[in-house]
Structure formats: structure tokens, C-alpha cells
Ligand binder design. Structure first.
Ligand code: HEC
Length: 133
């Protein structure tokens, strides 16, 4: 009988972990690094230094995205970065930089405001990992 109790407990824990893992997959379904390479690197460069392949043909040089913490007195400006990427609501961005909030909200993988926000969040978190000291 003891064995059964033990097995039930193990199965219970396994079931709970599956639910937890499932919830995490649900919460973070977007890959910031993959989206970055797909949508941003042509302008901002594969290492986000502002030197992408089409950077030279733009009116304005795409920003070096590794310097945002440095330029903001050592604090990563996550809200501002989110708003700039989202591009709606009058954030300071050039016409050359698309409104990703609109693009993502129209894409079937991230339709609607919540999913597009989650997708931008993943990008913001990825950019945070690229900041130079
Ligand atoms: C068509 C070229 C282009 C693409 C594609 C592009 N950007 Fe930009 N981005 C720019 C330009 C140009 C600027 C500078 C705008 C300005 O200074 O007014 C900029 C500015 C930014 C800024 C503001 C940086 C700062 O220091 O304030 C962020 C953040 C940013 N881009 C993130 C992204 C992300 C994330 C993607 C991909 C989802 C992306 N960009 C795709 C051209 C682009």
C-alpha cells in the first residue's frame, strides 16, 4: 500500500509539473531572438549595432540597440522601448521604422492586442540581454 501512495504522489507531482510547464509555454510563446532576426536585423544589424544590410539606404541611421541602457544612465528603459517598437500612440520614431504593434496585431500568429503585446514584450526582453555595460 505504501508503494501505491508513493506512486500516486509521484504521478500527482508529474501532472502538476506538466500543467506548470504548459502554462509557461502559453505565457511566452514568442521568441524575441527569432523575431529580432526576422524583422529587425535588416535595419538594426544581426548584433543590433545599427548596421543592417539596408541601413545605408535609409534616410536616418537605425539606432544601435545595444546602447539603450548606457544612454539611459545604466537603466534599461523597457517601457520606452516597448512603446517605440509598438509604434502607436505617438512614440518618437522615424517613418522608416514600422509600427510593429500594427504589424503583429494583423499577423495570424499574434492576432489582437494581447498577443501582439506579448510578442513585443519578448522582443523587449531579448533587447535587454544585448545591452553593453
Ligand atoms: C526599415 C528599417 C527598420 C526596421 C525593420 C526596424 N527598425 Fe527600429 N529603427 C529604425 C530607425 C531608422 C530608427 C531610428 C528612429 C529615430 O531615431 O527616429 C529605429 C529606432 C528603433 C528603436 C529606438 C532606439 C532608441 O535608442 O531610442 C528601437 C527600440 C527599435 N528601433 C527597435 C526595433 C525592433 C525591435 C525592430 C524589429 C521588430 C525594428 N526596430 C525594426 C529602423 C528600423
Amino acid at each position: 500500500m505504501k508503494t501505491w501512495g508513493f506512486l500516486t504522489a509521484v504521478m500527482g507531482i508529474a501532472a502538476v509539473s506538466l500543467v506548470v510547464v504548459g502554462a509557461q509555454v502559453q505565457l511566452q510563446p514568442y521568441s524575441g531572438s527569432a523575431d529580432y532576426q526576422a524583422y529587425c536585423s535588416a535595419c538594426h544589424g544581426s548584433e543590433a549595432r545599427g548596421d543592417g544590410s539596408i541601413a545605408k539606404s535609409l534616410k536616418k541611421r537605425p539606432a544601435d540597440l545595444t546602447q539603450m541602457t548606457k544612454r539611459n544612465s545604466g537603466v534599461f528603459p523597457d517601457e520606452k522601448v516597448f512603446k517605440t517598437i509598438d509604434g502607436r500612440g505617438g512614440s518618437a520614431h522615424d517613418a522608416d521604422m514600422p509600427s510593429w504593434g500594427e504589424v503583429f496585431a494583423k499577423s495570424s500568429e499574434s492576432a489582437g492586442p494581447e498577443k501582439s503585446a506579448a510578442r513585443i514584450d519578448a522582443l523587449v526582453k531579448y533587447l535587454q540581454t544585448l545591452q553593453v555595460k
